[in-house]
Design a protein around this ligand. Structure first.
Ligand SMILES: Nc1nc2c(c(=O)[nH]1)N[C@H]1C(S)=C(S)[C@@H](COP(=O)(O)OP(=O)(O)OC[C@H]3O[C@@H](n4cnc5c(=O)[nH]c(N)nc54)[C@H](O)[C@@H]3O)O[C@H]1N2
Ligand SMILES: Nc1nc2c(c(=O)[nH]1)N[C@H]1C(S)=C(S)[C@@H](COP(=O)(O)OP(=O)(O)OC[C@H]3O[C@@H](n4cnc5c(=O)[nH]c(N)nc54)[C@H](O)[C@@H]3O)O[C@H]1N2
Ligand SMILES: [Mo]
Length: 672
């Protein structure tokens, strides 16, 4: 038995440090380490049990090639192949398609939220850039949030999660850390013990909402008017920090003008909350110092998402909450001033080939549009599009095309693999090296492979490196091995040497400024160093201008808002194969009663895009008018094999082209 230090690169803000016991190349035990300050020796159940994922029955162990028609079934549809045969087939299809139809007939499809600079950004990107393939716009998550945060503040980190212990008021806005980043919970506990107040803005009574001093159970997609009303009221009641606004921001008058229509009463009515509660929130926020807003991703996943994030992030500037530990906001902490990135490892320039927004995959595969080349090869890695992309039925219609050649590089046999022409076995973290920086915890790891991949699994870089060579797209001096790629990343800029030294000495690197405070150690990274409250670029890009509210898309036929939040046992669809048993959709007691639905009934949830049949859970934790069906469900979790995405429109956020997962509007009835 050997024991190794590692880190968890899965898509979670916490970036835990791990201690891993390995015997005969197999992972035996995983526990929390102490090198990430917030991990503090404990980790989530998902990663503690990762051996079930690594060595379970669903693991893809060998390459497989399709032998039967594409109908989504598995039995008799695949045969085992050697890597040589599979690689030759894939290389030949890529070569032939590019020569005949052009590179843009090839679409790489990858999200890679759970991947770092070695397995997301390196050789795959180089291969597809050199092929002149279509570009995949990675829009499943965080694009509007990132654009809003950078528009207002530039590329700077927010409040360190450790510093929440110092806050007197913590606002969790569209964020459920009890499932999605559990290490913030004990820090919030400590703050509460020291007298801090907690406010939660969420359509659900999440575990922390149950303990909050104030829970604003807003209707999905109404955060923009709520935040604008807070801004309006702060100005109107003389509680805006006019001195701070004059010195450190631009656009305050314009923001105030745009917030003007949103009185407390009007915003509260739109959000379906009481004016008293909203007024109470303004008072709490105005009076508390330090006050911190943890903006989650629940905020962005609707038609108003970009403007909503921008308005929420404007609050600490309007109220003058910066300048002390535990005051301000946190969105993503990915921009912690690392000064290094994956581009030098990619070593191939991006060309302006056709861009396909991931949200629109179904349409791109079935109706490419005037003049756009037809997609003939789809190469899926680091992603499970049948379960995570909007408009599941259109995606499935696209994947069912017999003239589409689909390659899926995967760890486990996901529902997307069912539609592949070639399935290739992929390694998981702990089996390959990874370089990853956190987007919550501000740390960076270079974690070695510590376990032997089962079967014939190969890493992304092994796969894409082999294809670069086979296709003659390899060039002299290209970094190819993980060592060479890592060297390119750290040698690629002056900051790299210091990070490498830290990694060598401590196994973890901290950014140049640990726990930096905005307006103390760091300043907005905007061109003039001020907070830009109405950034011109976002205002121009936004569908109807920044801070414009688009009304609820509900209708009489489809009155209920379906939301699909994260659950503790999975990361998006990852680990879903281990969660046996049928999923339940939660609905509020009044909505259930109106439809004669009782707990445990089979129900049908539908709209014009599709339907899901599953079990009902009648729950007082959901506000009226809202149905909850977890994100990332697998086909076996529901009675008709469909997931929430069967009901989610492939529409885009007001700016930055993000997914509108929480804009699905549905009707529900007892299943016959
Ligand atoms: N265990 C676990 N951890 C994860 C993940 C996972 O799947 N499982 N996913 C990871 C990823 S990819 C991400 S992006 C993060 C996401 O982290 P979070 O942002 O915490 O997760 P979500 O569940 O997407 O949304 C948070 C909350 O927003 C609420 N919500 C939905 N619509 C609205 C709305 O319109 N307004 C407001 N105010 N709230 C709304 C939901 O009820 C939910 O409680 O978590 C990461 N961590
Ligand atoms: N309905 C609904 N859908 C959603 C959301 C929602 O709120 N509602 N949220 C969205 C969010 S926040 C996100 S981030 C996306 C995530 O969407 P996806 O990127 O599709 O994420 P996962 O479902 O985790 O699937 C990732 C897959 O990559 C594989 N993988 C992991 N590492 C490697 C590797 O090194 N190599 C290869 N080849 N494969 C690897 C995993 O086994 C897994 O099957 O989902 C989105 N989908
Ligand atoms: Mo995400």
């Amino acid at each position: 038995m050997t024991t190794h230090e590692s880190a968890c690169p899965l898509d979670c803000p916490d970036l835990c440090s791990l201690v891993v016991d390995v015997e005969d190349g197999r992972v035996k035990r995983v526990d929390g380490g102490t090198r990430t300050p917030i991990t503090d020796g404990f980790i989530c159940g998902k990663v503690r049990n990762i051996a079930d994922h690594l060595y379970g029955d669903d693991r893809v162990r060998h390459p497989m090639i399709r032998v039967g028609p594409k109908d989504g079934s598995v039995e008799g549809k695949f045969r085992q192949a050697t890597w040589d045969e599979a690689l030759e087939l894939v290389a030949q299809r890529l070569r032939e398609t590019r020569e005949r139809a052009g590179g843009e007939a090839i679409l790489p499809f990858h999200y890679g939220g759970s991947n770092g600079w070695l397995t997301e950004g390196a050789l795959a990107t180089r291969l597809f850039r050199r092929l002149g393939a279509s570009r995949c716009v990675r829009s499943l998550c965080a694009l509007p949030s990132g654009a809003a945060a950078r528009g207002l503040y530039g590329a700077v980190p927010g409040v360190a999660l450790e510093d929440y212990a110092e806050a007197r008021l913590i606002v969790l806005w569209g964020m459920n850390p009890s499932a999605t980043g559990i290490h913030l919970v004990p820090i919030i506990d400590r703050a509460i013990e020291r007298g801090a107040k907690l406010v939660v803005v969420d359509p659900r009574r999440t575990p922390l909402a149950r303990r909050a001093h104030l829970h604003l159970a807003v209707r999905p997609g109404t955060d923009l008017p709520v935040a604008l009303a807070v801004i309006r009221e702060l100005f109107a009641s003389g509680r805006a920090d006019e001195r701070f606004l004059a010195e450190h921001t631009r656009g305050a008058d314009e923001l105030r003008r745009r917030a003007e229509p949103w009185t407390i009463g009007r915003a509260a009515a739109e959000a379906g909350i009481s004016d008293l509660d909203l007024g109470h929130f303004v008072d709490l926020y105005a009076e508390s110092r330090p006050a911190v807003i943890r903006a989650g991703w629940g905020l962005e996943r609707n038609r108003n998402g970009g403007s909503a994030v921008a308005a929420v992030l404007a609050l600490p500037a309007v109220a003058g909450k910066f300048g002390e530990r535990g005051g301000g906001y946190t969105m993503s902490n990915g921009d912690a001033g690392w000064g290094v990135g994956p581009e030098p490892a990619i070593a191939a320039a991006e060309a302006p080939t056709r861009a396909v927004n991931m949200v629109e995959l179904g349409r791109a595969l079935t109706e490419p549009g005037e003049g756009a080349p037809k997609i003939e090869v789809l190469f899926v890695y680091n992603c499970n599009p049948t379960q995570t992309v909007p408009d599941q039925n259109q995606v499935l219609r696209g994947l069912a095309r017999e003239d589409l050649f689909t390659v899926v590089h995967e760890q486990v046999f996901t529902d997307t693999c069912r539609w592949a022409d070639v399935v290739l076995p992929a390694t998981a973290f702990l089996e390959h090296r990874e370089i990853r920086r956190g987007y919550g915890a501000m740390r960076l790891y270079d974690s070695p492979a510590v376990a032997t991949p089962p079967g014939e699994a190969r890493s992304n870089n092994q796969l894409f490196g082999a294809l670069l060579e086979k296709l003659g797209l390899w060039r002299d001096g290209d970094p190819m091995t993980d060592d060479e790629l890592a060297r390119a990343i750290f040698d690629g800029s002056p900051a790299g040497a210091g990070l490498r030294d830290q990694l060598a000495a401590k196994g973890v690197a901290a950014p140049p400024l640990d726990r930096p405070r905005l307006f103390v150690e760091i300043h907005p990274a905007t061109p003039d160093g001020k907070v830009d409250l109405v950034p011109a670029a976002l205002d121009a890009e936004a569908r109807h201008g920044l801070y414009h509210y688009e009304a609820d898309p509900g209708s009489e036929r489809h009155p209920l808002a379906l939301i699909s939040p994260a659950i503790a046992q999975q990361i998006s669809s990852t680990f879903g194969q281990l969660r046996k048993g049928e999923a339940a959709a939660e609905l509020a007691p009044e909505d259930a009663a109106a439809r004669a639905i009782t707990d445990g009934d089979a129900i049908r949830i539908w709209n014009d895009l599709g339907e899901v049949t599953c079990r009902a859970k009648v729950s007082a934790q959901v506000r009226a008018g809202v149905v909850v069906l977890a994100k990332g469900l697998w086909r076996f979790h529901t009675r008709n094999g469909q997931a929430s995405n069967a009901l989610i429109p492939p529409t885009l956020t007001d700016f930055a082209g993000g997914a509108c997962y929480n804009d699905a509007r549905v009707q529900v009835e007892r299943a016959p």
